[in-house]
Structures are given as C-alpha cells and as structure tokens.
Design a protein around this ligand. Structure first.
Ligand SMILES: C[S@@+](CC[C@H](N)C(=O)[O-])C[C@H]1O[C@@H](n2cnc3c(N)ncnc32)[C@H](O)[C@@H]1O
Ligand code: SF4
Length: 430
C-alpha cells in the first residue's frame, strides 16, 4: 500500500524515492527498488512503514470568499484574455447596486464563514460607484465580521476618489503588469490597440505617493522569453516586493514545455540564494511538498461563491455552466439548498482522488477544473489530465524533490526556508 505509485526519483548516491501515501522522501535499499521495479510483493516492507502516521486528506467546503463580478466589460482587450475582454463570452454589463447589496446580504448571512469580498471582472474599477456602496454596506451591517476586501484590476483606472476608498477600507490591490513597456504593451492593449503601460506606471506612482500597498501579477507569455527571468523579476520588484509571475494559459501565449521547465528550474535555484525569483508555479509546488498539502480539492471552487452582474450565482467565474448554476440573488430561487446541490456535484469530482493514478496526484497544488469538466462529470470515470500537464508535473515534482533532498545535505536549507517564509508572508499563504 505505502509503495503504491512510489516514484524512484534518482539512483545516484543511493535510491531516493517519493511515497505518495506518506508524502515522504525516503532512501530505499536496492532490494526494495528491485522489488518495486519488478512489481513483486512488498508487504514485508509495508509493515515497517505502518507505524508512521498516514497523511489524511481533507475535504473542506466552508465558503471563504465572495467574488462580485462588478463589470463583465473592460477598457482593455488583452490579446490573451481568457475572459474574452472581460465579458466571459456574454454581453457587456455592470452590476447594479441592488444586485451587489442583495449578494452581500444573502451570502454573508447564509455563509458566516466568508472572510473576503473580492471585486473582479472584466475591469471592476469601471464600476467604482457600486464597489464603494458595497464597502459602505458591509461597514454598516456586517461590521462585527471583520470582512476583508480585495480588487483585481488592470491598473489603468485610478483617481483621487478611488485611492481614498482603497485607503479607507484597506482594500488589497492586485494590479496586472507584464513587465517593461515593450513586453507589457505587446499584449495589454486598449480598444484602439494602444499599450497600457504608461498609464499604469503613472498610477503606481500615485499609489506609492499615498502609501497604498499593492501586488503585481505578471502573465508570462511567449514574448517574455526575450528577457531573462531574473531581469523580469527585478523590473517588477522596483515597484513592490509582492509580485507573482504566472504562465499564460491560452494556447497562443503558452511557452514551450522546455522553456517553462527552464524557468521553473531557474526560479527554484534562485530560492537557495539571496536573490530569489518567485515564480507562482514553483512556490505552489514547493509549498505543496513542504507543508504536506492535505487538501483533496483540485481548486477552491467549493470554497468560493461568485455573483455575475445579473445576479446569477456560480462557484467560480470559469464554471459558468448550467450544471453549476446556484440561483439568482435577486430572485427567491437563491438559497442554501441551491448551493448545497452544487456543492454535492462539486464534491463528486473536485477531488484529487478521482485522478488517474499519477504518482504526484496528491501533490498537485491546484488545477483549473473547468478544463476537465467533461471527464470529471462522468461519475465513475477517472479524471485524465492533458499530456502537457502530466509531463510538466512529473518534471516539476521530480526536480523539486531531488533538489530539496540535496539541499538538506548541502547546508542550503536555511536560505530556502527564509525565502519561502518571506514569500508566504508576502502573499498571506501561511
Ligand atoms: C481576467 S483578469 C481580470 C482583472 C483585471 N481586468 C486584470 O486584468 O487584472 C485577471 C488576471 O488574469 C490574467 N489572465 C488573463 N488571461 C489569462 C490567460 N489566458 N492565462 C493566464 N492568465 C490570464 C490577467 O493578466 C490578469 O492578471
Ligand atoms: S484587462 Fe483583464 S479583463 Fe480586461 S482584457 Fe485584460 S486581462 Fe481581460
């Protein structure tokens, strides 16, 4: 049992293996490795491992956040936008005040576990008026709950009024900036085709002058291969220490698997130095190993609720399918039972244990299930990942596990842990 899906990572300097059911790196004797390779009986060795405690996989479905899609429209038309210029494939809309207040009132009352209201879109700051009303409403009617706010914005729309509100409600600000002007402007353009970089830089100056903290999110595309990862990271870090570089997931922007892996290994190596480059993928993979991520979810669809401008409720902005419709906050059909039905559907397939037997299946930090819906919805079938996702994760985890093992013996551990702690503090992960 413990050796099921066991992965022999390397046979240099002893056999280093990973045991998925224990989430443990172990050194194995040659005779065990040969038994594993020949698929022989391992019960004798399994017994030895029995007294070491097993990892329990948790399934959490307490709702933690409410996302208000304040605008399914945008002033930009980024070439790679998965949200189709912010519309999610439908008509352009702004959420009205009644819908926003109904959402907060109903969802916060039905789900006292909600801690965060996220303003999202499209471009949520196109609907600043309603954003402000929501903050005021929460302040007046839910002041005992210590609800936090966050906004994900393209950073092109900022003025004195917005800045004052960000400050007043201590709203966490996440701005998309893809790097130096030429790179950023090659994808993040307005409706006339003009780059948005200069506007954003001016706005970042405004935020800094007002001492408002913000994070930057860079979407890494093919164009980014022109610049060294370290230089990209340094460029972004001149504005704030809180940066995340995440790969573009649209086929046209996706970099080759080899280049993605190169970036991954470079970023990983930098974590053993005092010049860390934090790549979101690396940090997720490494945290998943070090903190023995025991969550059985692919993603946090069970833990969030998303309301679209017309009041329709879904578990995620990317699961906007009839099957996941939870009701409408402006009608009486939205209640906890609608939510429970969807939770039940989600709980049958938003689970890593439904995956094919990949050795890293319980390690996978997060996968967007919207890409795997068809597989997953067939109740009894196993969920298959795409070949690219399987190959990348196999390479990532093999590499990280070996590197961590080496770091343990090379006195590099402390630097790594310092860097990870710094990153986690930065993004409130741990
Ligand atoms: C959909 S936007 C919505 C918020 C806001 N309009 C913005 O751009 O920040 C949220 C984030 O998703 C990123 N994004 C858009 N399309 C993407 C894709 N195909 N792959 C990865 N990230 C993408 C954007 O760069 C942005 O950082
Ligand atoms: S600014 Fe955001 S929502 Fe608008 S097109 Fe770009 S990525 Fe999409």
């Amino acid at each position: 049992m413990f050796f099921e899906n066991c992965k022999i990572l390397t046979r240099e300097k002893g056999n280093i293996a990973y045991l998925p059911y224990k989430k443990q790196l172990v050194e194995l004797e040659d005779k065990i490795v040969s038994k594993i390779t020949n698929k022989e009986d391992l019960s004798e060795f399994n017994k030895k491992l029995e007294n070491l405690s097993d990892v329990k996989f948790e399934f959490c479905d307490e709702v933690k956040s409410l996302t208000l899609m304040l605008a399914t429209k945008c002033n930009l038309k980024c070439t790679y936008c998965y949200a189709d210029e912010g519309t999610y494939g439908e008509s352009e809309e702004l959420m009205d005040e009644i819908t926003a207040i109904n959402s907060v009132k109903k969802i916060l009352s039905q789900h006292p576990s909600v801690e965060l209201i996220r303003f999202f879109g499209g471009e949520p700051l196109l609907n600043f008026k309603v954003l402000k009303k929501v903050c005021e409403y929460v302040e007046n009617y839910f002041s005992n709950k210590n609800i936090k706010f966050a906004v994900g914005t393209n950073g092109t729309i900022l003025d004195g009024k917005i800045i004052n509100l960000l400050k007043k409600y201590d709203i966490k600000v996440l701005i998309s900036l893809d790097g130096p002007k030429e790179l950023h402007d090659s994808n993040r353009i307005d409706k006339q085709g003009l780059g948005s970089h200069s506007k954003i830089l001016k706005n970042l100056e405004m935020l800094k002058a007002e001492d408002i903290q913000f994070s930057l999110q860079c979407t890494y595309t093919k164009q980014h291969q022109k610049i060294k990862l370290h230089d990209l990271s340094s460029y972004l870090k001149q504005f704030t220490s809180t940066i995340a570089i995440a790969p573009c997931r649209l086929p046209t922007g996706v970099v080759e698997i080899k280049d993605e892996f190169d970036n991954f290994t470079r970023s990983l190596e930098s974590l053993f130095t005092d010049q860390p480059v934090f790549l979101a993928d690396v940090m997720h993979h490494i945290s998943s190993i070090l903190y023995k991520n025991n969550i059985n979810h692919f993603c946090d669809a069970n833990r969030r609720i998303v309301v679209f401008p017309n009041g329709d409720v879904y578990p995620c902005e990317l699961l906007k399918f009839e099957k996941f419709y939870m009701g409408n906050v402006n009608r009486n059909d939205f209640d906890i039972s609608g939510y429970k039905n969807i939770q039940e559907i989600l709980s049958t397939f938003n689970r890593k244990d439904r995956l094919e037997d990949y050795w890293f299946k319980y390690l996978i930090p997060s996968i967007c299930i919207s890409n795997h819906i068809n597989d997953a919805i067939q109740k009894d079938s196993k969920i298959k990942l795409t070949e690219k996702v399987v190959n990348l994760n196999d390479m990532y985890f093999t590499h990280v596990l070996i590197r961590l093992y080496k770091a343990k013996t090379n006195n590099e551990w402390d630097t790594l842990i310092e860097n990870i702690k710094y990153y986690n503090k930065m993004i409130d992960l741990k």
